[in-house]
Design a protein around this ligand. Structure first.
Ligand code: HEC
Length: 112
């Protein structure tokens, strides 16, 4: 019986210590995360743009090739595309998000 109490006490001590260890180690990544967030707005913006372009490519190749063959993005200037997209986006019945994506893709590769 005494042995059992000793084991219980010992395991409680171990438990208490391990909990302490867990809580201290979880503080470290939290600090690390907040410092990386501070440094990242610029790269986050770049990634968001790259993602938009990538998604736009998908829209362009699927929804913009229903009536005619896929057009060559580089064949028109950004100014020409402005006018073309105003006509084609409603034709393709794109929603607001898809319109943004396809515009990002087209403007990325249009001739300047
Ligand atoms: C409902 C049918 C339809 C859809 C969907 C459509 N187009 Fe068109 N598009 C046309 C027609 C019709 C023309 C004029 C004839 C042609 O050039 O083939 C045209 C012409 C074009 C031209 C040539 C414009 C010029 O002045 O030479 C481009 C570029 C173009 N479309 C891009 C797109 C893009 C980008 C999308 C997707 C957002 C799209 N189209 C979706 C029907 C469509």
């Amino acid at each position: 019986m005494k042995k059992a109490i000793t084991i219980v006490t010992f395991s409680l001590l171990v438990f208490a210590c391990s909990r302490k260890t867990v809580s201290t180690s979880s503080t470290v990544p939290a600090t690390a995360t907040s410092s990386t967030t501070e440094a990242s707005p610029e790269s986050a913006g770049l990634n968001a743009h790259a993602l938009l372009v990538e998604q736009g490519k998908g829209i362009f190749t699927t929804k913009c090739s229903k009536c005619h063959a896929t057009k060559d993005v580089t064949a028109y200037t950004t100014t020409r595309w402005d006018g073309i997209l105003q006509k084609m986006i409603p034709k393709a019945k794109l929603n607001e998000v898809e319109a943004k994506q396809v515009t990002a893709y087209v403007m990325e590769y249009a001739s300047k």
